[in-house]
Design a binder for this molecule. Sequence first.
Ligand code: ADP
Length: 495
Amino acid sequence: MSSEMPSALPENIFQLIFEKSPGSLLVKADLPKFTILAASDAYLKVTSTTRESVLGKGFSEVFPEDNTVFNVETNARNIFTKVIKTRLKVDVPNYRFDVYNPDKKICEIHYWSCSNTPILDDNNEVAYILNTVIDITEEVKAKEVAIESESRLRLAAEAAALGTWDLNLNDQTFICSPRFVEIFGHHPETVVKLADISQQVNADDLQNIVIKAYNEALITGKYLYEVRVYWPDGSLHWIKIQGIVLYDEEKKPITMLGTILDITESKRDEIRKNDFIAIASHELKTPLTSIKAYIQLLSRKLSSLDDSFINNALLKTSYQINKMSDLVYRFLDLSKIEADKLQLKIESFDINKLIYDVIAEADLVNPGNRILFAQQDVIVVHADKEKIEQVISNLLNNAIKYSDKGSIINVQSQKIDGNVHVTINDKGIGIKPKDQEKLFQRFYRVESEKMKNISGFGIGLYLASEIIQRHNGQIGVESKEEQGSTFYFSLPLPD
Ligand code: ADP
């Protein structure tokens, strides 16, 4: 094969190519001078030099060490010497060499990656060294920012006592922070496997919560649940796990990552509060039932007296007692739901008749409102009648409570696609969209000027939603502020 230059190429083509190449410098192996023989335009630009001022000069003459962060390993003369001695290419992947910026008249910090390739003569000695450099300042700075923000994030997580975790969904590799391990009752430096940790989770929670949440997260992209775990010493702890799913370009889930928090203390507080509510409402129930029975007896006995004051007083007392026992039963239900002990007594009944009865009762207690319900055909449902009555009564009483006296309330029931849909519409104060999302949460009450004089505990809608969910139904609201609200629920009809 001929080594001659093809005649079609101009004579100085390789010099031109060299001069146009990114960051190249050719020095002679004339240790210790290292005479500069050629430099590319890019090299001259980044070093703020000109070809005339560098060619023929010694490397150290042009690039004195005083603007280098001096390091024996990255010092150019040392590297060139090493290349000559070893006859091998020497790479320096990351070093700092500051460059004078004539426009700003300051020396700027720059990071470089360079390689130094020996060019051998006929005697196999190094004749020249090709020094190619790439400016990696931007990459280094970006990495520094990323490292700093990562360490800040880690500090924030540590300050909040949060553990962090990361699960690769392809190979199930699991990485977690020392705090994560600690939350599971191990020494922070213990290396734990996902399988071992899973065994610490309460078996029911693992089946009913963790696996369900995992499968849902693959679809929704979010992961949030609370579970009970047992520490190696046998003690019970509550943890809250939160996370997100990352997907690849084809929307395939690749990683799940997030945080974990020990919520044992707040959970114990919650359990204590729940126990208190359960005991208090249970203790109140007995005397209330007895007062109620005596009021009924008295009403019956004294009705013949025809004393309007006594009759009126007894009616009002009875109304207040009913209100009170309603509240006590609600608190009792609340504590049962919290302890997962709410039992449904399923029976068949006509929901339209039930709606009618609840309206009649509400009319009796609040005679001023106009509640419209065009009674329709019988719609038989399989459900807990008492609990569904509680739901309807709560929605209806709210419609009365949160609208002007005398305004119209529309109640409707309809069969749609194997379900019965019940809607209760009022022309009352309405609800802002941001509150609508939270209404069905426990103890949630809208905070507004209008609400200041309306009493309540914010448990009615929570109970209604829990009851409907336990019947495999749906509950919701549509509302516009100042215009009114429509609360609805649906229940599946028997086949
Ligand atoms: P309570 O009425 O005892 O506060 P609920 O759980 O029944 O508790 O209702 C929660 C909140 O929802 C109420 O505090 C109120 O702000 C809002 N709300 C419920 N029903 C209506 C309605 N029909 N119109 C406007 N706001 C309502």
